[in-house]
Design a protein around this ligand. Sequence first.
Ligand code: COA
Length: 172
Amino acid sequence: MTPETAHPNQVFRASERDIEGIYQLTLPYVAEKILLPRSREQIQADIERTWVYRQNDEIIGTVSVIFFRKDLCEIRALVVKKDSQGRQIGRSVVEAALQYLRNSYEHKPLRVFALTYVPDFFAKLGFRVTQKENFPDKIYEVCQFCARRDDCREIAVELIINGSAHEPDCSV
Ligand SMILES: CC(C)(COP(=O)(O)OP(=O)(O)OC[C@H]1O[C@@H](n2cnc3c(N)ncnc32)[C@H](O)[C@@H]1OP(=O)(O)O)[C@@H](O)C(=O)NCCC(=O)NCCS
């Protein structure tokens, strides 16, 4: 492993002290309309299911898991600082979140989805492309506030965690 490659020891469950760092990290992507605006209060509300990648006390990657129902959750607000992309940092924070869901979350099967412009990134982590219409909870709760709601180019991807080692395709 080169020094430039992400190291799993630098992935942490987020805490209150990370809120400002997460907020600042997401701002450029909000400006580009890649991410929906997310206030410090919203970040705080999701902090218990948020992961960060820290390097020299700076947060350079983050992701949150948002539950809609006991069997449905979303990978949300995934970002890696622009000059740190391509170092497996995005993979490492999403894998930490998925590991938490596999190990700590009892309800199985659990459907994990994302709405994204980077489906190929998620494919590398075992997600498959699916229909946005499968996730009306998300569409009604969040998408109604999005400036791009009438011209949404995001692609829905999902992964089913069912508790078995191989996680075969068992989506319903
Ligand atoms: C998407 C994002 C989080 C990826 O983070 P990253 O740290 O650069 O990605 P990684 O280095 O962990 O990449 C993991 C794998 O996915 C691939 N990958 C990463 N971004 C990709 C992309 N845009 N298209 C296709 N493949 C991609 C990598 O090549 C790598 O493959 P490998 O394991 O075979 O080498 C980052 O580019 C980002 O912050 N983008 C802007 C915000 C965004 O779009 N967030 C997603 C919202 S759902």
